[in-house]
Design a protein around this ligand. Structure first.
Ligand code: AMP
Length: 283
């Protein structure tokens, strides 16, 4: 597995692969890789000749008072996970490689879909995401790119960007990978204290209950959301940012009754740690 650090070098590498007729899969990440990331890498390796994993803590997607400086980093461990997953390349640029002096171009999906859910508390976040993802697509010449349903709104925003801009890349959604006890894997779980980690199980528990409720025929969206809220509130340290339902992947407001593919999404704070989780269900 090669470690490439500059956009020019990755672009040369990818051109060479393309010349040889090889397909390229891209897995964009911020590193501190876990089994959730690994599942994306494995899927890409199964579907493409070459898999590129980018490891880049992207400053433009962090707000001013967010965790850019403390975001966990461990490139040596990332190399092991990426290699195990079948990656051919880790792309690990510096912030100034990606945003040199005089950098001035941003891509943003100008639609309600970036203003709802996480967009409310993180108003510039998705512009940072769509900008870096665009750059990674252009540099890597990837045929396919892999994104986790863990970040369902991000996935929907990227799908919209690719459709709106007629981008020549296929977006492959990947299911959420969870710890044995149900907690959705996330690099940010490392911020949780042991007791917060235990309390955080209310997220997956509430969503599992909602799934069961829906399987048993419940279609009243307000009822499903209030049941989720009740389960989350059983933890007295859970600070609810939102519990919302939207159509997926369109992210349109839902009618009162469940119909079609629907995202139930949560953002909950435990102390200073903000966790997100979701399910996508059909009636
Ligand atoms: P991140 O490094 O957190 O920016 O995530 C990089 C990619 O991995 C994104 O597409 C995420 O949605 C995906 N991802 C993160 N955690 C999980 C998980 N638990 N299951 C599946 N995909 C995940």
């Amino acid at each position: 597995m090669r470690i490439i650090t500059t956009p020019a070098e990755l672009n040369e590498y990818s051109k060479e692969q393309k010349k040889q007729g090889k397909s390229i899969g891209l897995v964009p990440t911020m590193g501190y890789l876990h089994d959730g990331h690994k599942s994306l890498i494995e899927k890409s390796s199964a579907q493409n000749d070459i898999t590129i994993v980018s490891v880049f803590v992207n400053p433009t997607q962090f707000g001013e008072n967010e965790d850019l400086d403390t975001y966990p980093r461990d490139l040596e461990h990332d190399k092991i996970v990426a290699k195990d997953g079948g990656a051919n390349v880790i792309f690990h640029p510096t912030p100034s490689d990606m945003y040199p002096e005089n950098y001035g171009t941003y891509v943003s999906v100008d639609s309600d879909i970036t203003k709802i859910l996480c967009g409310k508390s993180r108003p510039t976040h998705f512009m940072g995401v769509t900008t870096i993802v665009n750059k990674l697509f252009n540099i890597s010449l990837a045929d396919r790119a892999y994104f986790g349903q863990k970040d369902a709104q991000q996935l929907a925003v990227i799908m919209r960007m690719v459709a709106d801009l007629n981008m020549n890349i296929k977006i492959i959604p990947c299911p959420i990978v969870r710890e044995k006890d149900g907690l959705a894997m996330s690099s940010r779980n490392t911020y949780l204290s042991a007791s917060e980690r235990q309390e955080a199980l209310v997220l997956s528990r509430s969503l599992r209950q909602a799934e069961d409720e829906i399987k048993n025929g419940e279609t009243n969206i307000e009822k499903i959301k209030s049941d989720i809220r009740r389960t989350i509130s059983a933890s007295n340290i859970a600070d609810i940012e939102y519990i919302e339902a939207y159509t997926f992947p369109g992210l349109m407001p839902c009618s009162e009754k469940l119909s079609g593919q629907t995202l139930f999404a949560l953002a909950i704070r435990f102390g200073s740690t903000r966790l997100i989780d979701n399910i996508i269900v059909k009636p």
